[in-house]
Design a protein around this ligand. Structure first.
Ligand SMILES: C[S@@+](CC[C@H](N)C(=O)[O-])C[C@H]1O[C@@H](n2cnc3c(N)ncnc32)[C@H](O)[C@@H]1O
Length: 584
């Protein structure tokens, strides 16, 4: 935290507040007496914590101009809520519960939620704001003073604005002392993750940063990564869920999803939850999916949340725990949950090489051109067509823009054969060896030279049903061989492989059928990154999808399908041996 001698008044101070202090400049020489004056004027306790603060303000009053120091506020996840949005959030919370007596803003920034609450809520008795950044503490205090200079006749609640770290502040004590007050906990906690903080060497972290108690690998990998806003939200719920009132936080949708997902274990007394989607680009100029998460406190613990549009209140979906599953659309899941099972085919991700400059080629005027724009002379045998996520938009594909060199048929296979059998390919790969040695991922360590990943016999299946793992679309594409050679998919795609066309066509028809599409949309949180993944796809029960369909419907999509082929596919997916059927 800053030292006491830092100047914290490099902030915009509005004319009314400046005039007020200029008029009362003499009283700044005694901070206790100016504190009394301020308590009277605007309700804030201990406006100045010591004489130095009051004297510092007094010194800058004369030469004050409104330049504002630009500092790196990344570590504080600093996205201040504009007053209009804060007003709407307070209005909405107030419409849910109008008897609020106590407002808490645990990371209050410049104080717009507090100002909005003072303007809206009648009969407020107590307000507490906490903020780590001293200039914002002043902006909040000055904002409140300005509010009461404009609205002198309003009843003044007891107000404390603390310059403190939310991770250290004693919210439990505050919860005890405010237990009988009807409470609104409102705010917009920092939008930053602990790993982003790590990358800027920040210490703005809770002391027990492994707060979700992830162990071992999960603590090191993604699962241990959490949002500081999530920590603060959970801490607030832990301390205040038995208060009567409302919890209203602007947070990332990923945080709301986690709160609901963990609610099955946490069982906080929250219910009637709503997630009101905001336009973060418009409000904060960032591209992050975020919402106002509203919950009634001291409510029987509930595990679901209604998602709505913040601006129109139009309902979008109801998500949460349903039939023992965590789903994005309870309604759609209800209509399609029979599909939720175990895929008989093993979904695979495509080939990976981390060396696109050398391994990916274009065919130009009868020769290969690599990513270094060099003409390359190779035998054709190890070169295969390659489809990427962006190529999987149509119903079917066998044309490709790029090709790739496939050096192995399975992971770890020796690659010495290339030198003997394909000397041109070997010469090309060897002359670019430095690009392979530069690959950082541990998957290539201690492996034969020019090793690739995501490769197995399944990669050579001539027919594939594939989907992009990068996009939100749940549409599947049928991939056919090109000139009798299987076409590969890259590692951004998932697929299942088939040795004959008709089976691939039936599988393709089933995964694109209405019920499977409904099922996938019901479990995929469209805001999450990489929401289409192996775990999701492995839940598609082909047996059930087949049962829900019929030869007649399938025939509309696959014109040359015969009843025998349809029945044979049905027997295969029902039989135990069918596990052998996918090219593992
Ligand atoms: C997303 S901004 C929102 C500010 C304010 N709640 C609003 O809605 O305008 C997050 C605020 O949290 C403050 N902050 C960050 N880390 C904090 C901490 N450890 N303790 C208290 N406040 C913190 C930042 O300085 C910043 O003002």
């Amino acid at each position: 935290m800053e030292s006491e001698n830092d100047n914290h008044f490099d902030i915009p101070i509005n004319v009314r507040v400046l005039e007020f202090f200029r008029k009362n400049i003499n009283s700044l020489s005694d901070y206790l007496s100016v504190n009394d004056l301020l308590k009277n004027q605007c309700g804030i306790n201990n406006f100045f914590n010591n004489q130095e603060e009051a004297s510092q303000l007094s010194r800058i009053l004369d030469e004050y101009d409104d330049k504002f120091l630009q500092i790196d506020r990344r570590e504080f996840g600093d996205f201040q809520t504009n007053l209009a949005l804060a007003d709407q959030a307070v209005d909405y919370s107030y419409s849910k519960f109008s008897d609020i007596e106590f407002v808490l803003e645990p990371t209050c920034g410049k104080g717009n939620f507090i100002i909005a609450a003072l303007g809206k809520i009648e009969n407020l008795k107590k307000v507490v704001g906490v903020e780590i950044y001293k200039p914002y503490v002043w902006e909040t205090k000055f904002g409140i003073l300005d509010f009461f200079l404009r609205n002198g006749s309003k009843v003044k609640p007891d107000i404390d604005i603390f310059h403190a770290n939310a991770f250290e502040f004693d919210y439990e004590e505050l919860a005890k002392s405010s237990k009988d007050l009807k409470t609104l906990i409102i705010g917009n906690p920092p939008w930053v993750t602990n790993s982003e903080l790590g990358s800027i060497d920040s210490i703005n972290l809770p002391t027990k940063s492994n707060f979700k108690k992830y162990r071992g690998l999960d603590a090191i990998t993604g699962k241990g990564n959490f949002d500081i806003g999530e920590y603060i939200s959970i801490h607030m719920l832990r301390c205040f869920h038995r208060h009567t009132g409302i919890f209203a936080f602007l947070i990332k949708n990923s945080v709301i999803k986690n709160i609901l997902q963990d609610q099955r274990l946490n069982k906080y007394f929250i219910g009637n939850s709503e997630s009101l989607k905001i336009d973060s680009k418009k409000e904060f100029n960032v591209s992050v999916s975020a919402s106002l998460f509203i919950s009634e406190l001291n409510h029987k613990p509930e595990l679901v949340c209604e998602e709505k549009d913040f601006y129109t209140s139009q309902s979008i979906t109801e998500f949460g725990w349903y039939k023992d599953k965590f789903v994005y659309s309870i309604k759609d899941y209800d209509a399609s949950s029979s599909i939720d099972g175990r895929s008989i085919f093993t979904w695979r991700s495509g080939v990976k090489h981390d060396c696109s400059k050398v391994m990916e080629l274009k065919q130009v005027n009868g020769h290969y051109l690599n990513g270094l724009k060099e003409k390359v002379n190779l035998e054709e045998n190890l070169v295969y067509g390659l489809l990427k996520s962006s190529d999987l938009k149509q119903e079917e594909a066998n044309e490709y823009r790029k090709q790739t060199i496939i050096t192995q048929r399975k992971i770890g296979q020796e690659t010495a054969y290339i030198k003997t059998n394909y000397p041109l390919t070997y010469r090309y790969l060897s002359s670019n060896k430095k690009y392979f040695t530069k690959r950082k991922s541990s998957i290539y360590k201690n492996k034969p030279e020019f090793s690739i990943f995501g490769i197995g016999e399944y990669s050579f299946a001539p027919f594939k049903v594939g989907i992009s793992g990068l996009y939100k679309s749940t549409h599947f594409t049928l991939v056919r061989p090109h000139n009798s050679k299987p076409v590969m998919l890259d590692d951004t795609c998932y697929f299942i492989g088939f040795s004959n066309l008709i089976d691939a066509q039936i599988a393709h028809f089933l995964v694109n059928s209405e019920i499977v599409q409904k099922f996938l949309k019901s479990i995929i949180f469209s805001d999450s990154k990489r929401s289409i993944n192996k775990d999701t796809l492995m839940r598609i029960d082909f047996g059930k999808a087949y049962e829900k369909s019929s030869f007649e419907i399938a025939k509309n999509s696959i014109s040359d399908l015969s009843v025998q082929e349809w029945n044979k596919f049905g027997q295969i997916i029902k039989s135990k041996e069918s596990f052998q059927y996918s090219l593992m």
